[in-house]
Design a protein around this ligand. Structure first.
Ligand code: GLU
Length: 371
């Protein structure tokens, strides 16, 4: 099927969408919010909602807004300064959206999340329930990372990742990423004027990753590379992702009406249930288990649980229920899962050569990373 027909078919079935807007799009360099973008975005989201589509907006820009409001352009800035600027700027950001969306009779809600909120099962389910309730009430949730309380080690890597995770949480049908880098190009367009736009991507493989520059823009955290990681996550959860030129007016509308802009990453058939996807993408592993060949084969080839006997060594401490990474003898991460033993219990069992046929990770709690 051609891109155009395939798109028509996809868009006609969309019931839920996530729209992500980056800092460089929603603000003007060193001048704070770009009011024109806020208004254009509000108009487009209102248009999507008029079509009966439930939308969640993921918006960056709190730090950039904070900097502009306080005229705070010192560089580099410390983490605490960033956290404080985010607190200042988030208020500006949400106020601007609140005002703009009122022109369309849309109420907005502020949802600030940390990666911990999505990685602890109970908090994840709470966040999910809140988002579901807001959508049921026809309110527009506006999500950002809760930058004020997160530190480097526990951050989402960027809001591109956050948008993919939010899309998975609400089981969206599509994610639009409005970015200053307007599409995927065969090389970094910032240094290569002859770079060619790639209108669609079927498989996000090494070749595709090579096309992307790792360097993020000046204002946001994510570059094209992080967009590809987010797209990989989203598409493997069965949700297509579209990168569109953020500053280009009516970008979503034009894309919807068939204009050939941006890049679409087509979704893969979803192979895993949501709970396993949650283990795979939403939780950061706390430790590593090194497995022998037999265990590697048992879990990769035969879909078996991981037994104590197959664990050669352990790196890090963990409690029962923690998420750990499984590494093979060549040092490659092959799986991830939730353990039934603490690190201490596991080591004791190994030392005493007892209970070695017990499951360290039950197969229902185990995901293969390349699946
Ligand atoms: N959460 C950050 C902000 O609102 C932006 C993160 C990102 O650029 O990905 O400023």
């Amino acid at each position: 099927m051609h891109r155009e027909d395939r798109l028509k078919k996809l868009l006609s079935g969309v019931k839920r969408a996530v729209v992500k807007v980056g800092s460089a799009v929603i603000t003007q360099e060193d001048k704070g919010l770009d009011q024109e973008v806020v208004e254009d975005l509000s108009k487009q989201i209102a248009w999507l909602r008029d079509k009966g589509i439930k939308v969640v907006l993921v918006s960056s820009g709190s730090i950039a807004c904070g900097r502009a409001k306080l005229d705070y352009y010192k560089n580099p800035i410390s983490l605490t300064e960033k956290q404080a600027l985010a607190a200042v700027g988030q208020a500006t950001l949400i106020q601007a959206y609140e005002t703009s969306f009122r022109n369309y009779d849309i109420y907005v809600a502020q949802v600030l999340l940390t990666s911990e909120d999505l990685s602890l099962r109970e908090r994840y389910l709470n966040a999910k329930k809140t988002l579901e309730t807001l959508l049921k009430w026809d309110i527009l949730p506006i999500v950002n990372e809760n930058d004020t309380v997160t530190t480097e080690g526990i951050k989402f890597s960027d809001n591109d990742t956050l948008s993919a995770l939010v899309a998975g949480t609400i089981e969206a049908d599509i994610v639009f990423v409005l970015s200053d880098i307007d599409s995927l190009y065969d090389k970094d367009p910032r240094n290569n004027p002859d770079a060619k736009r790639i209108p669609e991507v079927e498989e996000i493989d090494e070749k595709v990753f090579k096309m992307a520059g790792k360097k993020p823009g000046r204002l946001g955290r994510g570059g094209m590379y992080s967009k590809l990681l987010a797209a990989k996550m989203s598409t493997s959860m069965g949700i297509p992702m579209v990168i569109l030129p953020g500053k280009f007016k009516e970008n979503i509308l034009k894309f919807w009406q068939g204009e050939d802009i941006g890049t679409i990453f087509w979704a893969k058939p979803r192979k895993l249930p949501m709970r396993k996807l949650w283990i795979k993408y939403y939780i950061k592993p706390e430790a590593k288990l090194f497995l022998d060949k037999g265990a590697e084969e048992a879990i990769l080839k035969h879909g078996k649980s991981l037994l104590i006997a197959g664990v050669v060594s352990v790196e890090g401490n963990f409690n029962r229920g923690a998420c750990v990474e499984c590494v093979n003898l060549e040092g490659k991460s092959i799986a991830k899962g939730l353990v039934s033993f603490s690190s201490e219990e596991l080591l004791q069992a190994k030392l005493a050569s007892k209970k070695t046929d017990r499951e360290v990770i039950h197969r229902d709690n185990l995901v293969i990373l390349e699946e």
